[in-house]
Ligand binder design. Sequence first.
Ligand SMILES: [Fe+2]
Length: 307
Amino acid sequence: MAQTTDFKTDAIPAGLTTTQAPFIEQAQRNGELYIHQPYELYSEENHLAWQRLFARMQDRWHRYANEYFLKGIESLCFNPDRVPRLSDVNEFLCPLTGFKAKPVSGYVPAYLFFDCLRNREFPTTITIRRSDRLDYLPEPDIFHDIAGHVPMHTDKAFADALVRFGDCARTAAELVKSVPESDQAHVLASIIRAMARFFWFTIEFGLMNSKDGLKVYGSGLLSSYGEIEHCIESPKVQRYPIQLKWVINQGFEIDHYQPLLFYVESFDHLFELVDELETWMKAGKLDNVAPGEPVVSEADLASFMKA
Ligand SMILES: [Fe+2]
């Protein structure tokens, strides 16, 4: 595991803007994945981006988000005008479920990501999008991670399901050791693809049934001003009760609103599904899931092989 970076920030130009942050570039050049949050580097423009993003979501969250998210966001006491300090967030979060936001410099290879979840750590991007480009961006940013994901981590049942997901990655890494070497890459890529699809259609884009109709709990939806409304209101979106056999074989594209979404009944239901995912994995039922998106990278494969 990489050491936490502690280089001095005095000489680094200010600004922690997505794809334009000298501090992040330097951390990446140094091979530092786990970093600290150099809070003094946020520019006024960065804080303005947070303020605008946070303000415009209020009404939509109250209309479309699930009750656990709304409770969570209240208990985290965000300052609506300033980018959150992760240490402050953790002070509120950790006593509730043991989860912590852990700052990272960029993409976390799949196994390391899931293993962080197993340890109740959430790899968190510290950069923020530009204040004049609030809508779609392909990279996660601190608004997606802290306002979209972290409020869900205040709920015990949801947090337990995430940890269970991390257990599944551990199981996959163990299982693949007993597969003949010539089949290892194929089997592992298939299992990672199944896990990534399941994660996508639940943690990132999941809906939940409630007495008031479908509500949003997926973080990709909770952090999107346009899609949080579209996913509930649009007649163009297909919404089905989740089925494991469907989700693990269903590809997805990340660059447009999702046309197909699945809903769970509760987070206990989600936990049972993650359990079932592991049972299927052990039975070899994830070894040949449908090809297609997402593509499993060499870095993701290697992260499981080295585990
Ligand atoms: Fe995400």
